[in-house]
Ligand binder design. Structure first.
Ligand code: FES
Length: 365
């Protein structure tokens, strides 16, 4: 049988002719030719159903006579070759399929019938088996073994185990929540927005004020720096009254008179009096010789009195009381070209050193 499988159709036909060559050569030749002619017909077109019914009655007598000695006939070989060509039947099933085919060797058209009967078996054997079908078959004790997908789909829903009833849970009794305090309650949106706006406004004011203060300070500093620079461009000049000034004609001063109207402006007394018995007009400086205070002319007492420490001076300027160590000082005085008395404060004359005898320190009357 193993050798038959490997043989082609031509080899099988050649071997069949050799086998049937002797006594049955005359009969077999036309039969083999008929079989050869019928084989293509069977290959080209599917076998009709009517011939498939007839072999069931005839094969019972003929096969037993012609296949004597257990040797396969040509028809059996052709049937085996066709079966092999169509899909490869199992070796164990071929003899069973070949026997009915051999019984119908006189009617080759009837041979495909056994082959047709084999197809469902082969299809069943080759049906795809997946894991689900195998498991379903294992769970189903009524039909052990693998099954097709369709069978598994049909059986799976019915065999699904019902879910176990869930245990009824006892409801917990939850105590009611305490009421929220006022501070925990949500504030109204309008109030929150107002607070936010106020904070933003205050923050903006603070930032703006800080920036404003910074800019104002910077501007002030820059302005002061400019003023200092401008002042630096001008020279330091002491604006003082002129040292020489005119106080009027000598006739304007009566004998014994102390004129005080020039104290505030020029710091000088114009006195028409006498010194060492000689009448003269002179200009006394209004500065105390003690510590520099300005004495007052006391008309009732006819003396100069210093308010600071009480020094007293006579009308001619000689000190007589208080801490003043020396007489008052004189400015230079002269009669100007216009006849007026002209005082010059740039020149001083002191009595203790004999300068009052200088003609520049008085105007004789
Ligand atoms: Fe005039 Fe002292 S300052 S008495």
């Amino acid at each position: 049988m193993a050798e038959k499988k490997k043989m082609s159709v031509a080899e099988i036909l050649a071997a069949a002719r050799k086998t049937d060559g002797g006594a049955t050569s005359d009969e077999a030749a036309p039969k083999s030719s008929d079989a050869a002619e019928a084989a293509p017909a069977a290959e080209s077109s599917p076998a009709p159903e009517k011939p498939a019914a007839k072999p069931a009655a005839k094969p019972a007598a003929k096969p037993a006579a012609k296949s004597g000695g257990g040797r396969p006939s040509v028809a059996e070989m052709l049937a085996a070759a066709r079966a092999e060509k169509q899909g490869g039947a199992k070796p164990a099933e071929k003899p069973a399929a070949a026997k009915p085919a051999a019984a119908a060797k006189e009617a080759p058209a009837k041979k495909p019938a056994p082959a047709k009967a084999k197809e469902p078996v082969a299809a069943k054997a080759q049906a795809p088996k997946d894991t689900g079908s195998i498991l379903a078959a294992a769970r189903n004790p009524s039909k052990p073994g693998p099954m097709t997908k369709a069978e598994a789909a049909r059986q799976a829903p019915a065999e699904k185990p019902k879910p176990a009833a869930k245990p009824v849970k006892s409801k917990l009794t939850v105590p009611p929540m305490p009421a929220k305090p006022d501070y925990a309650k949500p504030k109204p949106k309008a109030a929150a927005a107002t607070t936010t706006d106020r904070r933003g406004f205050l923050t903006g004011m603070m930032l703006g004020s800080c920036l404003g203060i910074g800019f104002v300070s910077m501007s002030t500093t820059f302005g002061l720096w400019l003023l200092g620079t401008a002042r630096f461009m001008y020279p330091n000049v002491l604006m003082e009254p002129p040292s020489q000034f005119k106080v009027g004609f000598p006739s304007n001063f009566a004998p014994g008179q102390v004129e005080t109207k020039f104290v505030g402006q020029y710091g000088v007394w114009i006195v028409n009096y006498e010194y060492n018995g000689e009448p003269q007009i002179y200009a006394l400086r209004t500065v105390c010789t003690h510590l520099g205070c300005t004495p007052n002319w006391l008309e009732g007492e006819q003396k100069f009195k210093c308010p600071c420490h009480g020094s007293g001076f006579y009308k001619d300027g000689i000190n007589f009381e208080g801490p003043a160590p020396r007489p008052l000082e004189r400015y230079a005085i002269r009669v100007a070209d216009d006849g007026q008395l002209e005082v010059d404060k740039s020149k001083l004359f002191q009595e203790e050193i004999g300068q009052w005898s200088d003609p520049a320190s008085f105007v004789a009357v």
